[in-house]
Design a protein around this ligand. Structure first.
Ligand code: PMP
Length: 363
């Protein structure tokens, strides 16, 4: 490889990703453990057949029907009315985020976030030649101090600031005041990554409600988590028309296949059924966090479909021992912590049984 003219920052870098291991209980990448219902499968199969009949044609470049349906869904979910022109979709929120940095980052520009946070942000920054900086979250609550955030903005002058809320890997949601004050402090765009928004606890608002009064705010969402549609790769974004129009400039032509658009529309038609599963997962999450605390462990407050817990002297040993018991979780976050996704009740039970054994073995 060394003789290839690769960019210096890519030299020797391994492709990033969580291990995809074939084990009985997989609770490592915050997937929704419930597969789509057979009714959804049947409707999607019909929609895919129709899409395939037209695969000689390029897809709708503007994904108009899908964007209309996403706007309607957000109205229903967060009570915020948006025009189709304020919504944009791509192949996972990963792609949305890359497009945001292609449009607003780039050489000589800086992206800021608050660590610990989603490990892909620095990769999007690297890939768009955007400088990447972080300011720390509070060590105990994993929240973001508004003064410290304003200071970081003043120091680094980011054109893009990412706030994952609920945050991965901690599960922490930030208050809207913080989003407002950051938007006030910066001339750049503020991206609130709401990949896990549907799992937030009652009374925790979505940043979508700030869009009307915060012109440089971008809220990203995904169908990977609440919609149990990670394999479909559908992420989306709500922002001002002007921001969406800039994202439309940098997107690849026909980036969203007709098959993807068709199945996403079908999943949105089944939103009510999927939301019932989300409610169940939220309850399971709270019960799991309570159980971990009863077991003498510390947990981070979670508004997502996972729980960060610890604190272990040797977290790798705990992670490995769980894997030896057939349970795959994620070794991520600050030193000593581990993250477990909320699974089916059976998977959660398997995790608990394994963890009790592992903690006994390690004593
Ligand atoms: N944002 C956060 C905070 C995430 O944890 C994830 C996935 N784990 C994503 C975005 C990306 O999700 P997707 O590309 O599947 O939409």
């Amino acid at each position: 490889m060394s003789e290839l003219p690769i960019r210096d920052e890519l030299r020797g870098v391994e492709p990033y990703g969580a291990p995809q291991l074939d084990v009985p209980v997989r609770l490592n990448v915050n997937e929704n453990p419930f597969p789509p219902s057979e009714r959804l499968v049947a409707d999607a199969a019909r929609a895919v057949a129709d899409a395939v009949r037209n695969l000689n044609r390029y897809p709708d470049r503007e994904a108009t029907t899908l964007r209309e349906r996403l706007a309607a869904y957000l109205h229903n979910e967060a009570g915020v009315a948006l025009d189709t022109g304020q919504v944009w979709a791509a192949n996972g929120s990963n792609e949305v985020m890359l497009q945001i940095l292609q449009a607003f980052g780039g050489p000589g520009r800086t992206a800021l976030s608050f660590a610990p946070t989603y490990s892909m942000y620095p990769e999007y920054a690297r890939d768009t030649s955007t400088r990447w900086v972080t300011a720390p979250r509070d060590e105990a609550t994993f929240g973001i101090d508004p003064d410290l955030a304003a200071k970081a903005v003043a120091e680094h002058q980011p054109t893009v600031t990412f706030i994952a809320s609920p945050n991965n890997p901690t599960g922490t949601a930030v208050p809207l005041d913080l989003v407002s004050s950051l938007h006030e402090a910066t001339d750049g765009v503020v991206v609130v990554d709401e990949a896990y928004a549907e799992f937030r606890r009652d009374g925790v608002p979505s940043a979508l409600g700030l869009l009307a009064t915060h012109p440089r705010l971008i809220v990203t969402r995904t169908m990977s988590k609440a919609f149990a549609f990670a394999g479909a790769r559908l992420g989306y974004v709500a922002a001002s028309r002007q921001i969406i129009d800039v994202l439309r400039v940098v997107r690849l032509p026909y980036h969203l296949s007709s098959v993807t658009q068709a199945v996403a529309v079908v999943a949105l038609e089944h939103a009510a059924e999927l939301q019932a599963r989300v409610a169940q997962l939220r309850d399971e999450r709270d019960a799991l966090a309570a159980w971990l605390r009863d077991a003498g462990l510390t947990t981070a407050e979670s508004d997502a479909n996972f729980v960060l817990f610890g604190v272990f002297e040797d977290r790798h040993a705990v992670w490995q021992a769980l894997l030896d018991h057939g349970v795959l979780i994620r070794e991520t976050g600050p030193d000593g912590w581990l993250r477990v996704s909320v699974g089916t009740p059976e998977e959660t039970t398997a995790f608990k049984v394994a963890l009790v054994d592992v903690l006994k073995e390690q004593q």
